[in-house]
Design a protein around this ligand. Structure first.
Ligand code: ADP
Length: 492
């Protein structure tokens, strides 16, 4: 420690950024140099005139050194005392005539040189110090801001070494030993993505450092040392220099555990509520059917009309509860498929016939048939197709025809449902397949629904390794498509 102090005291480079400039040190340095020089000349070399040969080099070096150690003032102290010393030499060695003139001239020229040297080197030193201090201030300011942030922050340099973290990050991850870890090699905490533990090379910081590409809104789970599971949402970005080279990476970590727990509770509630609703609705329907049967004996038109309308509303309620249950099953990964081999063309035809009876305004036209076998869940595919047709009917209120086709494309069967209804703006066409999404157009708002149908349909089709998509133009109608892999007998 003492050596370090000594080195810091003597070495001007280690004092860069240290703005405490000494006057005493350069003063003592030059005075002792002059005294030593006199001692050497008179006592050791026994030749007073020997001084001029080396003192110029020594004092130039001292001016440079002191300017770099103690700024302009340090350099000036050396210069001024050196000049006095030179005059003292001229005086004490009794220079006369030409020797005196050249002695005085040399001293004056050297004086200029020393002062210029002190100004340039000392000025440079002071500017460097100011820049270093400004950078340190900036860094401190940034650190204070980062420390206050309500989200976790971690910054690693281009070699992956974690250099900066904040208190919030320690709270989220439940550890304070993060600084110095190497992204890509170490993993501060057990981290899972999609329920699988990730390797250090798959961490967001390591990936950003490798590829230079940002990561947005990626969800992970953390298994903390204290046993708690924490859900986090991570965003990470590369910090690049002017030439575009990655020099560091920063990651923002948000604790979304509370939100996740609420989601789980909400899903549990929806699941429980729909299960509880399902049984009474089924019994209600049975009793209504029973009543309808009884009432026909009495030829009471009005009562039977009312009962039929109650039955229709009960069916709607049942469909809604079933949709809620399906959404909940999909959320919890509990929807399973009962696959069987069947002819898709036949299923479509039967469904069209059944639905045509419920729709008085629209004509369902099966424009292109094909006999294609698929290995799929018959009920679920029926559900998807029914949803597309009921949407086509619902969203084309003016009563235009609905055209249905089946096409064979390579090893896929593609079913399309085309309406000439209100259409969907292109900005919303991807979102309609999301859970609970409904188009936010003033004219679309008047249609009943909860935005579950297309989400369920798209999940069912995905489970069958098929695709669902839409082509639509606002005001001109929509065509919904879904594809399913065609069943192929395996060649032995
Ligand atoms: P819901 O019909 O119950 O609102 P869906 O998930 O079936 O829910 O549909 C989501 C949204 O997509 C609907 O609210 C509607 O705005 C839009 N949409 C679906 N089908 C059509 C269609 N054939 N024409 C126009 N808009 C449609």
């Amino acid at each position: 420690m003492k050596w370090n102090n000594l080195i810091f005291y003597i070495n001007p480079i280690s004092r860069l950024g240290y703005r405490k400039y000494s006057i005493v040190f350069p003063f003592l340095l030059i005075i002792s140099t002059c005294l030593l020089s006199e001692f050497y000349a008179y006592q050791i070399a026994k030749n007073p005139n020997i001084v001029g040969n080396y003192i110029i080099f020594i004092t130039v070096a001292l001016t440079l050194y002191s300017s770099f150690r103690d700024g302009i003032r340090g350099g000036l102290i050396i210069s001024i005392i050196t000049i006095f010393y030179y005059f003292y030499i001229v005086h004490s060695r009794h220079y006369k005539g030409e020797q005196l003139t050249s002695g005085v001239e040399t001293t004056i020229i050297l004086a200029f040189l020393y002062i210029i040297l002190a100004g340039i080197v000392g000025g440079l030193k002071e500017t460097i110090d100011k820049l270093i201090e400004r950078e340190a201030d900036e860094k401190r300011r940034l650190e204070v801001i980062i420390e206050q942030l309500p989200v976790g922050v971690v910054v690693a340099n281009n070699k992956g070494v974690v250099e900066l973290t904040n208190k919030r990050l320690e709270q989220i991850l439940g550890t304070s030993q993060l600084k110095g870890l190497i992204a890509g090699k170490d993993m501060g905490v057990v981290t899972k993505y999609d329920n699988k533990q990730i390797k250090p090379s798959q961490s967001p910081l390591a990936q950003v450092l490798n590829t230079g590409k940002s990561i947005v809104d990626k969800e992970f789970t953390i298994q903390r040392e204290d046993g708690r599971t924490v859900y986090i949402n991570v965003g990470a970005s590369a910090i690049k220099n002017k030439k575009g080279k990655v020099i560091a990476a920063a990651s923002i970590i948000n604790d979304i555990t509370h939100q996740k727990e609420l989601d789980v509770r909400k899903d549990d509630f929806v699941n429980m509520a729909s299960h509880e609703l399902k049984t009474p609705i089924t019994s209600m329907k049975l009793y209504i059917d029973l009543l309808l049967n009884r009432i026909t004996q009495y030829n009471d038109e009005s009562a039977s009309k009312t009962l039929k309308s109650i039955r229709y509303q009960t069916s709607r309620l049942q469909a809604l509860v079933n949709d809620l249950l399906d959404v909940s099953r999909l959320q919890t990964g509990k929807m399973s498929l009962n696959r069987e081999l069947f002819n898709l063309g036949d299923l479509i035809e039967e469904t069209i016939d059944a639905l045509q009876q419920t729709s008085k305004n629209q004509k369902l036209i099966f424009a292109k048939r094909a006999s294609i076998k698929v290995n799929a869940d018959r009920f679920r595919i029926y559900q998807v197709f029914t949803n597309l047709i009921t949407n086509a009917i619902k969203y084309s209120p003016q009563g235009s025809d609905i055209i249905i086709e089946i096409n064979k494309e390579k090893n896929k069967a593609v079913v399309s449902v085309q309406d000439s209804g209100m259409g969907i703006p292109s900005s919303q066409q991807r979102k309609i397949f999301e859970r609970l999404y409904q188009v936010t157009e003033p004219d679309a708002k008047t249609f009943p629904g909860l935005g579950m149908g297309l989400f369920i349909s798209s999940e069912i089709i995905k489970k069958h390794k098929g695709t669902i998509w839409v082509k639509s133009e606002k005001g001109k109608g929509s065509t919904f498509y879904f594809s399913l892999p065609i069943f192929e007998k395996k060649k032995i």
